[in-house]
Design a protein around this ligand. Structure first.
Ligand SMILES: [Zn+2]
Length: 434
């Protein structure tokens, strides 16, 4: 059989289904580094697979973080998945609740509840020494008892254990009862307060008084708890307080397959990630989540396993998204070498095998785009431009290489290569008529 005949639509007349793959190298975008000879990590990394994709694709810039929202994966990945964060983002905790399979009704709220170590009014550790899940569960039970004793009029509040220091406080509302929290509520993430005084970092807005009272009271509920006594005796940091932030109601995201029904997209999308925020976003978008053994969400993640899982999943899914947290983690550590290595591993073990597999299919598209920059210089997330590359069996691009500088040059040549707001990139990616 000739290659041509092999690629014809099946005789049933049913159109060949387009296969879509998205790779998210979290936080990979950056600025030129003196330690890398004036290159960005994307430029410094050896990335033959990404280069080949860029050579046949379209390279440009986008921005997934609106000015009014916090720069981070919770906002940027919502945009990358094709949902306008200005419309749909309600907070980080509701995404984490969705990741755990916790459903929030219309009157419910989820609040992120860290166990932290505050010493002499300073945020010493936003993880309470990476307290274990077992310890955290016992400490939160003490908080629940303290809440019942000290706030007998408060109904519907549940301290809900998660993993280690990452827990939730849920509010189960009832119809007709005004919610104690409001959408103007703002609270500071404890990881932004490390080594800083917490006094002027308490929440603001509707419900802030209540959250502040609970955080302050938690010091009493947790002091002298057997778990803390044992931790101090073992030379570990105690969990002195709960820190409440990231509050929100469930975002009302319509299912992805409905939202993008008018494009060439079929119906089945799968997310491969080791990060709860991405799991939650996928759940709310109606995507399947595929857990890959060895995917850690850290620098030691099993890149090859993720690449293999994505290819296997393409046999039945229309769209597969592979999210890799490692470049973001390397950035938080300020480690340029590890960041370059993470990008090289993504290229070799994820992009290369996926691109080789796609090349055997009649119709495919591939998008590579970081959610947000995470700058090595500041070790923190930032808003701002990120480079994307979009390639496909039906796309003839201008070609080029894939990095921040090449993407900026592409935009300088052709302003249409800048796609903003970032959430509209998804429609470009899916729509077969473009
Ligand atoms: Zn991120």
């Amino acid at each position: 059989m000739s290659r041509q005949a092999f690629q014809s639509p099946p005789p049933s007349g049913e159109p060949v289904r387009m296969k879509y793959v998205i790779v998210i190298p979290d936080g990979a975008a950056d600025a030129p580094q003196a330690s890398l000879g004036g290159l960005t990590p994307f430029q410094a990394a050896r990335t033959p697979a990404l280069d080949a994709v860029a050579a046949r694709g379209r390279v440009g810039l986008t921005n997934h973080v609106p000015d009014s929202l916090p720069p981070g994966s919770e906002v940027a990945c919502m945009s990358l998945l094709g949902y306008d964060p200005l419309r749909f983002f309600t907070g980080r905790a509701p995404l984490e609740a969705a990741a755990k399979g916790i459903e929030l009704a219309a009157d419910d709220w989820a609040v992120r509840c860290n166990l932290v170590t505050i010493t002499d009014g300073v945020m010493e550790d936003f993880t309470a020494g990476h307290v274990s899940t077992e310890e955290a569960t016992a400490l939160l039970a003490a908080c629940q008892e303290g809440l019942a004793a000290d706030f007998p009029d408060l109904a519907g509040w549940q301290f809900t254990p998660g993993v280690s220091y990452r827990n939730l406080l849920l509010y189960r509302g009832s119809a007709g009862v005004p919610a104690p929290l409001g959408s103007d509520l703002r609270a500071t993430p404890p990881h932004d307060l490390v080594d800083q005084p917490v006094f002027d970092a308490f929440p603001r807005g509707t419900g802030s008084r209540l959250l502040t009272d609970l955080m302050a009271s938690s010091a009493r509920w947790l002091a002298g708890h057997p778990v803390n006594v044992a931790r101090i005796a073992a030379g570990k940091r105690p969990a002195t307080n709960v820190w409440l932030w990231g509050a929100g109601r469930a975002p009302r995201m319509e299912p992805f397959a409905t939202k993008y029904a008018a494009t060439g997209f079929g119906s089945r999308a799968t997310m491969i990630t080791a990060v709860d925020l991405l799991r939650g976003l996928a759940a709310l978008a109606g995507w399947k989540r595929l857990e890959v053994a060895g995917a850690t969400g850290y620098l030691d993640t099993d890149y090859a396993a993720k690449g293999r899982a994505a290819i296997a999943e393409l046999a039945h899914a229309d769209l597969v998204c592979v999210h890799v947290e490692a470049p973001d983690e390397a950035s938080h550590e300020g480690n340029a070498g590890e960041k370059v290595r993470a990008i090289e591993r993504i290229d070799e073990l994820i992009v290369a095998p996926i691109a080789a597999h796609l090349a055997t299919l009649p119709e495919w598209r591939l998008l590579v785009c970081p959610d947000h920059p995470t700058f090595l210089a500041t070790k923190t997330h930032s808003r701002g431009a990120v480079p994307y590359v979009l390639a496909g069996s039906d796309i003839e691009g201008a070609g080029g290489t894939y990095d921040e500088v090449a993407a900026a040059a592409a935009v300088a040549r052709d302003p249409a290569a800048r796609i903003e707001p970032g959430w509209t990139l998804m429609e470009r990616f899916l729509d077969r008529s473009r």
